[in-house]
Design a protein around this ligand. Structure first.
Ligand code: ZN
Length: 626
């Protein structure tokens, strides 16, 4: 049986290939292109005035249409159509999609009438961690399948993230693979193409402009061990009477923003980049990635860092306008820049999108839990090079609200549930629920979306946190229990409720914050809770054994993943039980066991656990040693 499809816009090769795949795999139908008159299914992309994705799907008696107002929107609508036929996009990668094979009769009998507008404009993810080319490609491919429209490549290209993977940093058991700047660039170009064919909204760069001003390419990320040449010294921040690279890393080095040469150079670099990269929709202009490194010269002392920042942004806007460039500029509330400006204001708010980045926030509670009437303090006054970043949501939000008074343009939260904090949640259910509740509440904060700064391989034992994120950003009225059933019943089959109970218990007895260096290191109460986690994982073995034996296909693979995760959770909980009890020698011994297990078995769960990143966080935050 075949289906004839008419595309209103030409050049829909990717979309058509997706149609062919899903019609054949799910409905056993051959999809063919046809003229408008002969078509069973019409695919229409019509730009509307609003910049919120809007989709429409109609199917009656085997004939229908799919309409959207953007390229990524129509892709979202196609995946949504197949969702109606039972396809569940459980993890990145086609091999992780669950469905029952149907037939042309099911197509002919199905009645669908869907008209929906996305709840938020910005629905995306930003690259972090260690990633192979395939990890990155599959993740981008997954975004529209779960309702998202945006991807953010940090830096000039993903070199740093590829390098960690191909050189297998922190995993001496793996063989290094060939890697260099040319390989990274070639992969980067292919990734840009993957975004382009899908119409993904493209965000890029972020940190790195400050280093570029000094002549260091932003593509090398957090590269360190460098020495600043004498002739560049007048451009960098004066700290304790000296002008040097901060911790030998260009990306961490702040500049002397009172020196007009700095602003001029930075604006020139950014404008040139915007000219060359018209495919970048949102260009991120951030300062250095360190704190308490702000210039102490007598001129800088007169200004807040954020006043100097806004001055440069205004200067940038003027030149972009003069050059006729409509690139949107994202500016960042982070570190020193959390403190709102006192003198300057953005003159052309249409140019800018504000990004609130509460990187040190707690994930043990949600924006929805804050008492906005009584508990949000006045923002603290800025004290140069003595800032302490807040863990509480209340204090973080106090900075957002102060900024909102001077800027009421487009904005979103750049949040971090899956960058560090998730490793502390051994069941991934607590973090899922915090994401759900944060997004549920987001409109109350007058934020127009969410970009998650995260490990792309954040799926151990499941990718429900990202699934919830995507679904809620598309439709913020979804029911949590319904989302759980939709996801886990496909992933694990008939005994899915038993898995959820187990995972929710693991989550209840573990702590996102502890692993992320928030709170006292000696914590006997938490130590006792980790012991419960160990017992929970121990007791789950017979259930996992029985279900793995019983199932086949994708669900068998998922039960096996749960088995690997059970062993990991048991070892990790034991290491955390010991370290939170103050038993450092024993804790370190147990941590070696965790390390050996994840390194030795990395390829068995490569897509789901970022071994590089969990080790880095355990070492830099949780308190373990490498
Ligand atoms: Zn200065």
């Amino acid at each position: 049986m075949s289906i004839k499809i008419w595309y209103q816009t030409e050049e829909q090769e990717f979309l058509h290939a997706e149609m062919q795949h899903y019609f054949e795999a799910v409905l056993q139908m051959q999809a063919e292109k046809a003229s408008e008159q002969d078509a069973d299914l019409k695919v229409i992309v019509e730009k509307e005035d609003t910049d919120m994705d809007h989709i429409c799907i109609e199917l009656h008696g085997g004939k229908g249409k799919i309409q959207a107002d953007s390229q990524v929107g129509v892709l979202i609508a196609v995946y949504r159509l197949f969702h109606e036929f039972g396809v569940r996009y459980l993890r990145p990668g086609r091999k992780n999609e669950f469905f029952q094979v149907l037939s042309g009769n099911d197509w002919a009998e199905k009645e669908i009438s869907i008209e929906e507008t996305a709840s938020f404009r910005h629905r995306g993810v930003c690259i972090e961690g260690a990633d192979s080319y395939e990890n990155l490609r599959d993740f981008i491919d997954w975004l529209p399948k779960i309702g998202m429209n945006t991807f953010f490549i940090q830096f000039e290209n993903p070199y740093s993230f590829f390098k960690r993977w191909y050189e297998h940093e922190f995993n001496p058991y793996a063989e290094k693979e060939p890697f260099n700047t040319e390989i990274a660039q070639e992969m980067s170009d292919r990734i840009d193409q993957e975004m382009k064919v899908r119409g993904i909204v493209h965000h890029r760069v972020g940190h790195g402009w400050t280093g570029e001003v000094l002549g260091y390419s932003s593509k090398y990320g957090w590269e360190s061990g460098l020495t600043l040449p004498e002739e560049k010294k007048h451009l960098v921040a004066e700290l304790n009477g000296k002008r040097e690279l901060f911790d030998t890393a260009p990306i961490l080095t702040s500049l002397d923003f009172a020196n007009p040469e700095v602003g001029n150079k930075m604006v020139e670099l950014i404008v040139n980049y915007a000219k060359e990269r018209r495919d970048v929709d949102y260009l991120h202009v951030w300062l250095s990635d360190a704190r308490n490194n702000i210039c102490e010269c007598e001129h800088c002392q007169k200004d807040l860092p954020s006043d100097q920042y806004v001055r440069i942004l205004n200067q940038l806007d003027e030149v972009l306008t003069k050059e006729g460039l409509d690139t949107k500029i994202c500016f960042l509330l982070y570190h020193e820049l959390l403190f709102a400006p006192e003198k300057e204001k953005l003159k052309n708010p249409e140019r800018f999108t504000m990004m609130f980045a509460p990187i040190t926030r707690t994930f043990e509670m949600s924006y929805e839990d804050v008492n906005y009437e009584t508990d949000v303090p006045e923002p603290k006054a800025y004290v140069r090079n003595q800032i302490v970043l807040p863990n509480s949501l209340e204090e973080n939000l106090s900075y957002l609200f102060a900024w909102k008074k001077m800027f009421d343009g487009d904005s979103f939260v750049y949040d971090y549930p899956l960058g560090r904090a998730h490793y502390g949640d051994l069941g991934y259910m607590k973090i899922s629920h915090v994401i759900y509740r944060d997004i549920h509440f987001l409109k109350n904060l007058q934020l127009n979306g969410y970009i998650s700064c995260q490990e792309l391989r954040a799926g151990f034992p499941h990718n429900f946190p990202n699934y919830v994120m995507g679904q809620m950003l598309w439709n913020n009225t979804r029911d949590y229990e319904e989302l759980k059933e939709e996801y886990f019943s496909s992933m694990y089959g008939e005994n899915w409720k038993e898995v959820i109970t187990y995972l929710e218990n693991l989550s209840a007895y573990s702590s996102c914050d502890y692993f992320n260096a928030i709170g006292e290191r000696l914590n006997p109460v938490l130590s006792a809770r980790y012991e419960v986690c160990v017992n929970l994982a121990e007791e789950m073995l017979p259930v996992i054994e029985a279900n793995t034996a019983k199932r086949d296909g994708l669900q068998k693979q998922e039960w096996k993943q749960l088995g690997y995760h059970r062993e990991y959770a048991m070892k990790m909980a034991e290491a955390l039980r010991l370290i939170s009890a103050g038993k450092h020698t024993e804790a370190q011994r147990m941590w070696r066991d965790v390390l050996d297990f994840i390194r030795r078995n990395e390829m068995a769960f490569q897509q789901n656990l970022d071994v590089y990143r969990v080790i880095e966080v355990a070492k830099n935050y949780a308190g373990f040693k490498l």
